[in-house]
Design a protein around this ligand. Sequence first.
Ligand code: PNW
Length: 490
Amino acid sequence: MRGRFSRRHFGKLAGLLGLGMAGGPAVAEESRTTPTTAPQRPASFPSGFIWGTATSSYQVEGAVHEDGRGLSIWDTFTHTPGKIYDNSNADRANDHYHRYKEDVGLIKELGAKAYRFSIAWPRVFPEGTGAPNPKGLDFYDRLLDELLGNGIEPFATLYHWDLPQALQDSVGGWQSADTCKAFADYAGYVAKRLADRLKYIFTINECGRFVNFGYGIGLDAPGLKLPPAQVNQVRHNVALAHGLAVQAIRAQGRAGTKIGPAENIAGCVPAIDTPENVRAAEIATREMNAGFLNVMLTGKYTDGFLKYAGKDAPKYTDEELKIISSPMDFLGLNIYAPQYYVVASERPPGFDVLPFPSSFPHMSSDWLRCAPETAYWVPLLAARIWNVETIYVTENGTSSEDKVSSDGNIYDLDRIMFLRNYLTQLQRATAEGVPVRGYFLWSLMDNFEWIYGFEKRFGLYHVDFHTLRRTPKLSASFYRNVIAKNAVGA
Ligand code: PNW
């Protein structure tokens, strides 16, 4: 062995990394002989809990010019100078398009039984609408077979931000209801073609993020800074597209296909968990998610939302609200950081939002505040407010510096700390009966992190973006252990 570890240390590490080294038990003599109190009870998840990992098409596939794929707004955006921090693009990314078999092998190595990926709309309809590309679904056909052949359940997202550029050019993308119609056609087509093997479909990933960042403040593709009334109309159109897609999948797919969104719910956490603050967090969660989740699940915009929007409120019909709230089968929640800590207030609507102190800890991405209790409160409040019976955590994970050590390993202890704490809180929720049925760790492997390019790494597997070699980080061993035990702390 190389490096500065003693043999005993190395044995321990090797054990952790699952290297099967004959290092001997790395347990100090005294701890073997000291009488212990009752063994620590592992915090188990419900039986049948689905453990998975996640990626998205533009972030991993590469092969942007292959097999008739059209351009997406992210191709255009990344090739516009100044938009991406490290001036990179995802033309090649992880080359998952060609290496998917190896990548399915990585999922299998973790023992995960589910994989959330996304389908690139411009592969299927290069112009967004009109004639489908005859080769457009071939890759996903192969991927589905490979996953199922390895005992991994596919969960596909239809829209993870790669809007066909043609729709942006012709009708202004999500500014137009024509895009909602095109999305529904695409959703129906995918369902018709793949529903024999694809049983779980997420409509849209993180409406909240791409509407605000893409159309409001211009940081994400397509880079627009529209006035509030137009952003609200985009928001409404996206919600409508979700509802139309649900209907199209029901109409053209198979009975029993499960459908839902994968939303970055604006998580509102009680600052101190008194009954009054918990009630305040509930009110806040409803109001802060009025534009997407609440309207999708109730068919109404809240009074607060409409009052706040005032003259800038979106234009809509009652019929559209019905479509938006088409019944779903589950709620998918991306859970990273809390949006707000709240306390009760005497003033309507009954909560106050507290400012974050600058010393609040965050992970390697500065927006990713480390607040494990988010994984407890967010699903609990969502289930309570909207009375949902099935929740999937569709994303959770963290970026980390992930330096490769001199011994070739990546000791991402901060990621393990993050996951251990978030999963402990998630387990607490399931133990109290919150209906979380599965968890998708973001991400299977390092990939193109949008405006941060390749600078931010979220993977369980490290990717060398020169050689494209995948290497498990220590957190991959951590997650494998969680999955094997169906528990944290075991
Ligand atoms: C999500 N924020 O994006 C996306 O669904 C993934 O594609 C992405 O790679 C992952 O989370 C990690 O970033 C987010 O600023 C981007 O709060 C930014 C935020 C949240 C989610």
